[in-house]
Design a protein around this ligand. Structure first.
Ligand code: COA
Length: 138
């Protein structure tokens, strides 16, 4: 891992051992030129990977939920997003479990390391959606 990616990486520990990592990349929101200052550093893209030996216990869900809390409560961001291949069911199920909303299903837009262009999924969550009681979420 290079220094640039380490700066946006958090590790997931279980009993003192690293079992996964999270990415937190703060970004600017899209804005018209007159208001661009107000959109600086207000969004974040998130990512995650869990050691397969620790899958299926909810550890990634717990870690990503805490990452989202950090984004909204501590960093006061207004929107977080995450992307995955459409066939990455474990990943988009995790996003839905923590209340993220599916916004896009892209068609053959993401290049897999196999060389194949695959469909993608894009999810998002706004601060006000996260703060809303679970019973009022979609
Ligand atoms: C995406 C990834 C982190 C998901 O791993 P995971 O083990 O499914 O996620 P969790 O650790 O949150 O576990 C959730 C599973 O444990 C189950 N579980 C058991 N106890 C649980 C608990 N207390 N809380 C939540 N889930 C629990 C859930 O039901 C779920 O299983 P299901 O999907 O079959 O219903 C993992 O597949 C991965 O690292 N993939 C490779 C990297 C990747 O694709 N990253 C995404 C690109 S951003």
């Amino acid at each position: 891992m290079n220094a640039a990616s380490l700066a946006k990486t958090l590790v997931v520990e279980l009993d003192g051992r690293v079992i996964g990592d999270l990415m937190l990349q703060v970004e600017d929101g899209w804005a018209q030129a007159e208001v661009a200052d107000q959109a600086r550093g207000v969004h974040a893209e998130l990512g995650w990977v869990l050691h397969p030996g620790h899958a299926g216990h909810g550890y990634a869900t717990e870690a990503v939920r805490e990452l989202v809390r950090i984004c909204f409560e501590d960093l006061r961001l207004r929107r977080v997003t995450a992307n995955c291949f459409a066939d990455n069911v474990a990943s988009w199920r995790l996003m839905e479990r923590i209340g993220m909303r599916r916004e896009v299903h892209t068609v053959r837009e993401s290049l897999h390391r196999s060389g194949e262009w695959l469909d993608g999924m894009g999810y998002a969550l706004l601060a006000e959606e996260w703060a809303a009681p679970a019973s009022t979420r979609g």
